[in-house]
Design a protein around this ligand. Structure first.
Ligand code: SUG
Length: 448
């Protein structure tokens, strides 16, 4: 049976703004307070989806969330009508209003961890929504994320959904940004690679000093258990704490894998050789030949990686067996990264081509090509069971660009977030979107 890796990209929501909300994420902090352009952000994302579809990849779309999150503000003590809740929060606690307005659900690599059916004990595709509990503005995503994923992957014969892990830092879980599935072929059992930043229960593991390690070992282990993965089908690796302190807040800022290949920076991990050996051995037992490409620090520094997002790229398998790397414009702008990429594609290795995309609006908040997509490996039967409304097509692309042009503003500043009209605009847009994507009622304002 044929199998595919389907990329479901997050559609950027109407409140995309630069709130400076993510301590430890260099771009988020350095672009704080700049004016954003939600319309351009959404169109840039849609263009990437369309380009991948045009290249022959199966592409899906994941809906944004309702913002400002009035329910979250109510839970923090703001009361009255929805408009009054927003006005009161703006007056008394602007940072909380900003957090409740974040369009951060666009970075769907953090929506959930997904295990393909070939790896799981019950032969279903498993999803665990990420609790994202390191940052308030992200911790409010998972209830709606679960409903949206449930509406996209509704067939219980093929899809199993788990609620987010307990909402405490000890089980901090950032989803697929710290998880990679390796395999010989999508559809064949492989090895799932979980990368954590610290252990919450064992003080022998080192931890970063400056910035938070968002993912714990114990969270990764819990997800592996929930998904019914076998011991021979998982490898846990620790991120190098010193790169977290240099702004690598997720593993997908310093490594990307696909098929039998891991592309990573030399300084990405701790105990790198032992970890790569374990991956090689476990994949060999599955009939797969693991390969890694380590980018040397004397060619590309960690700082280059953080600023260019070289590793926050999409590594895609093409029909001829070669791989394609989708990178953001910022890689072309960095001479060391660009020259490394020229050498990489001409070296005769698995990565043969690089394609560049302008994702500046998302990049300025620390979200590159890989952050914007959730990968789901599916066989033909499973793909047929996915809600067809969320699979990208030329007509859907046209409808969605028209929808963005109709509903989105082209500039948003912090002061605009206090405008209760923004909530109404968002609700009107999302109501229409649920019909376009055939999702049913997934938003709080639609659920009674
Ligand atoms: O969680 N930025 C996101 C970026 C997430 C990127 N995802 C992956 N690497 N997979 C974050 O730090 C910034 C929001 C603001 O500052 O307005 C933010 O949430």
């Amino acid at each position: 049976m044929k199998s595919f890796e389907v990329n479901f990209d997050g559609l950027v929501g109407p409140t995309h703004n630069y709130g400076g909300l993510s301590f430890g994420n260099v771009a988020s902090q350095s672009n704080s307070q700049q004016a954003s352009n939600p319309k351009e952000a959404a169109l840039q994302g849609l263009e990437k989806m369309k380009a991948l579809m045009d290249m022959g990849f199966v592409q899906g779309v994941l809906a944004p969330q309702e913002r400002p999150d009035v329910a979250a503000l109510r839970s923090l003590g703001f009361s009255g009508t929805d408009a009054q809740v927003i006005e009161r929060a703006a007056k008394d606690a602007m940072p909380l209003l900003v957090a409740s307005c974040s369009a951060s659900s666009m970075w769907v690599a953090n929506a959930a961890t997904v295990s393909p059916s070939a790896d799981t004990a019950d032969g279903r595709v498993h999803f665990t929504a990420a609790n994202l509990n390191c940052k308030f503005h992200r911790s409010i995503e998972h209830p709606t994320t679960s409903r949206v994923l449930g509406a996209m992957f509704a067939d219980q014969q093929h899809f199993a959904h788990h609620a987010a892990l307990p909402a405490v830092a000890q089980f901090g879980d950032e989803g697929a940004a710290n998880h990679t599935c390796f395999c010989r072929d999508y559809g064949e059992a492989g090895v799932e690679f979980f990368v954590y930043g610290r252990s919450a229960f064992d003080s022998r593991y080192p931890a970063p000093q400056k910035y938070p390690a968002r993912q714990t070992l114990e969270a990764s282990q819990a997800v592996a258990r929930l998904h019914g993965l076998s011991e021979e089908g998982v490898v846990f690796g620790q991120q190098n704490p010193s790169v977290i302190d240099q702004g690598v807040f997720h593993n997908d800022v310093i490594a990307v894998g696909n098929g039998e290949l891991l592309f990573h920076h030399q300084d990405a991990f701790l105990n790198t050789e032992a970890m790569l050996d374990e991956l090689r051995r476990k994949l060999a037992a599955r009939g797969a030949k693991f390969e890694s490409i380590s980018v040397p620090r004397d060619q590309v520094t960690v700082d280059d990686a953080v600023r260019s997002y070289l590793f926050n790229s999409q590594l895609l398998s093409r029909a001829d067996g070669s791989m394609l790397l989708i990178v953001p414009e910022e890689c072309r702008a960095n001479p060391r990264v660009w020259s490394y990429l020229q050498g990489l594609t001409s070296a005769g290795g698995p990565i043969r081509e690089v394609k560049v995309f302008d994702l500046k609006q998302s990049m300025q908040n620390g979200g590159g090509p890989a952050c914007l997509r959730l990968r789901v490996a599916l066989n033909e039967t499973e793909l047929a069971a996915v809600n067809p409304g969320v699979i990208m097509s030329a007509p859907l692309y046209d409808t969605l660009t028209g929808w963005v042009n109709k509903h989105y503003r082209d500039a948003l500043r912090e002061s605009d977030l206090a405008d209760p009209q923004l909530l109404l605009e968002c609700r009107t847009a999302l109501d229409e979107l649920t019909q376009i994507l055939k999702l049913g009622s997934v938003y709080p304002f639609q659920i009674n």
